[in-house]
Design a protein around this ligand. Structure first.
Ligand code: GNR
Ligand code: NI
Length: 178
């Protein structure tokens, strides 16, 4: 078990596309285990391998309040997207920044679990948002890519003043909500 370093925006490695896992073996399970440890330590509800500089299609999620419902998604594929809903999002790779993003309200995906078994998962609410947010990471996409030009400009200005690599995650969290 080990804590992994989380990459911060605008690190270009966050733009790399993950490749499918070829076989769900012990080396993949070691990555999954380190990713869960890293996600729980960082108080996140999800983590994609891209964020820890591993370019494989691996996601860990736990949206439960008791932090006792771990979900591992390997090689996830969208089956259906339905509806539309706006929710405030944050990201461990853009600490201290929160903005509304509109995504599908319900999602059905197919993915392998950590034993290599194919599973279908139907999700709504926070889990649906989290699955879409994490699958974006595997494609090199970040929630800030959905911002309006004005909000993007504000984020850029804020980062010029206070780059994430030099600031703590609790720094200045909601100060530019205007
Ligand atoms: O911890 C996280 N919280 C969160 C809140 C709203 C929408 C998405 C997320 S995912 C984020 C962890 C993370 O960055 N995963 O990639
Ligand atoms: Ni994220």
């Amino acid at each position: 078990m080990a804590l992994l370093d989380i990459l911060h925006f605008p690190d270009p490695r966050l733009r790399l596309k993950a490749v499918p896992v070829v076989s769900v073996d012990d080396s993949v399970r070691d990555i999954v285990s380190d990713m869960f440890e890293t996600m729980y330590d960082a108080l996140g509800i999800g983590l994609a391998a891209t964020q820890v500089n591993i370019q494989q299609q691996i996601i860990v999620i736990d949206v439960s309040s008791e932090k006792d419902e771990p979900i591992c998604l390997i090689n996830p594929q969208i089956q259906t997207l339905e509806g539309s809903e706006e929710m405030q999002e944050g990201c461990l790779s853009v600490p201290g920044y929160f903005e509304n993003v509109t995504r599908a309200e319900r999602v059905v995906i197919e993915a392998l679990d950590e034993t290599g078994t194919k599973r279908e998962i139907a999700a709504d609410e926070l889990l649906a948002v989290c699955i879409q947010h994490e699958m974006d990471h595997l494609e090199g996409k970040l929630f800030v890519d959905y911002l309006s030009p004005l909000k993007r400009q504000r984020l850029k200005k804020k980062l010029e003043k206070n780059p994430l690599s030099k600031s703590s995650s609790s720094n200045d969290s909601h100060s530019d909500a205007s």
